[in-house]
Design a protein around this ligand. Structure first.
Ligand SMILES: [Zn+2]
Length: 481
């Protein structure tokens, strides 16, 4: 190599921190990330990347490419925030603006680390050290819509050889666990309004239908496979108690370890909805918002990521970070460490024991829990079925920081998050350099992928006529539009 890309990232660190902080400050909800995606597009465009915008009818989805020909190596970036989590970067609960969104999953860091790696690798393409194409996938709405599935469905990854990504966390490790497949569906019920005291017998309550559907699904749970889960919120329940609600809606997430299991469960949930409509003489209209497949592992790529983490060495925090972490940990409830531990697979619990009484993870943890399904879902899953993919985490927050919390928002906007982000950018860069220069390794990863998908080929969880629910999201979170 004629250029040291790790050094290059260090020299340019301030511009990436600044970019991450502005996305953190905008904190836009999924599918409404106009300012955040514009910032990312600008830096890529200014660096000579070819940009394609509006992928799968999502204005904030984009693909940026640099270089020519094969291999095509992709980095996935996210930049959406979560509702109601507005928070300053102080270690005490203090909203920037009460009720506004906040980066409670650290996606400001997630999106920018990929940018830093892409720009570093661009340098190596320019010097002729590597040949091929580096690509940044601007993936919106990971939190609310699972938008990557839409990008996959549109063929956005059809010529990609390998995809890598990462996620902010409290530890530095390869993400080798599986995620659950998920469907996100809104059930809209339509009834007939009437005066709730005067002539309720002329009315047919859409809210009754929602409630009966929920009761039905709560009975259904017992007869699902134990690892499936159902959760819902009522998004529309009527206007006033003295009006029989003409319209009501309930938003469901249904999950199972595998997509094929979910395909069996979903029609049963639909039957419950139809039953509720039948009982209440209302109509049900089903709006399929989105869905994701479970993750498909690639051990060759996982091992590569770990090797590069070790090569790069530990992530270093300074005394100010330690002091900050000391403060933020005071806001965690008593017994938080054991509570967190109890949610983890056994080998991860054993691994995490070493952090009892420690604020920040600086070491690289060996890969554990390979293939164990954890309860959450990610739309990275869909990409993992169409390209060989692996991901890792770096410590961007203190040990024990809950996901989707104000404490995470705070740390994603200060030096602990920044350091984790730059560390992630370096791991991505080193791993992709290796893939560009070691065709044998790249072929091995592709071979493993082919063998895995041969057993159970992928079909998109999204229906044929799927369109991104932009208007629906805007109606739920008008504050951010
Ligand atoms: Zn996330």
């Amino acid at each position: 190599m004629t250029i040291d890309l790790i050094e290059w990232i260090e020299v340019n660190r301030e511009q990436f921190i600044e970019l991450s902080d502005s996305i953190w400050g905008h904190a836009e909800i999924g599918l409404m990330e106009e300012k955040s995606s514009a910032l990312l597009i600008k830096i890529l465009k200014d660096s000579g990347f070819k940009i394609e915008q509006g992928i799968a009818k999502m204005p904030t989805a984009f693909i940026a490419s640099y270089g020519n020909g094969k291999p095509v190596i992709a980095i996935l970036g996210e930049y959406d925030a979560l509702p109601g989590l507005s928070q300053t970067s102080d270690p005490v609960k203090k909203p920037l603006k009460e009720g506004d969104p906040g980066h409670g999953c650290g996606h400001n860091l997630l999106g920018v680390a990929g940018i830093a790696a892409c720009l570093a690798l661009r340098e190596a393409i320019d010097t002729g050290d590597i040949q091929g194409t580096i690509r940044y996938y601007g993936c919106p709405a990971e939190e609310n819509v699972d938008a990557k599935g839409g990008m996959v469905k549109e063929g956005g990854f059809s010529d990609v050889d390998i995809s890598l990504t990462w996620h902010p966390s409290t530890t530095n490790s390869v993400w080798a666990t599986n995620s659950q497949a998920i469907y996100s569906i809104v059930f809209n019920f339509k009834g007939k309004t009437a005066h709730a005291a005067g002539d309720p017998y002329h009315g047919r309550s859409a809210l009754d239908a929602v409630e009966l559907m929920n009761v039905g699904c709560n009975y259904l749970r017992e007869h699902l496979i134990p690892d499936a889960s159902i959760h819902y919120i009522i998004t529309k329940g009527g206007e006033a108690p003295n009006i029989v609600p003409e319209e009501a809606a309930v938003w469901y997430f249904v999950r199972a370890p595998r997509l094929d299991q979910l395909r069996d469960i979903y029609p049963r949930v639909v039957k419950v909805a139809e039953g509720a409509a039948l009982m209440t003489e209302t109509k049900v209209l089903i709006d399929f918002q989105g869905g994701s497949a479970n993750l498909m592992a690639n051990n060759i790529l996982e091992d590569l990521l770990y090797q590069k983490m070790i090569e790069l060495g530990p992530l270093k925090f300074d005394q100010a970070d330690q002091d900050y972490a000391n403060e933020i940990i005071k806001s965690f409830p008593d017994g938080y460490f054991d509570r967190n531990l109890s949610t983890l697979p056994q080998d991860m619990q054993i691994q995490m024991e070493q952090f009892r009484g420690i604020n920040l993870c600086e070491i690289n943890l060996p890969t554990v829990s390979r293939g164990v399904t954890l309860p959450g879902s990610t739309d990275v899953g869909d990409v993992s079925w169409v390209t060989p993919l692996a991901q890792f985490t770096t410590a961007c927050a203190s040990i024990g920081t809950p996901g989707h919390s104000w404490q995470l928002v705070a740390q994603a906007g200060m030096s602990i998050g920044h350091k984790g982000m730059l560390h992630a950018a370096k791991i991505l860069t080193l791993s992709i350099l290796e893939l560009f220069t070691n065709p044998e390794l790249l072929a091995k990863a592709k071979d493993e992928f082919k063998k895995r998908i041969a057993k159970t080929p992928y079909t998109s969880p999204l229906p044929e006529d799927w369109h991104p629910p932009i208007e629906y999201i805007k109606s739920l979170y008008p504050r951010s539009s």
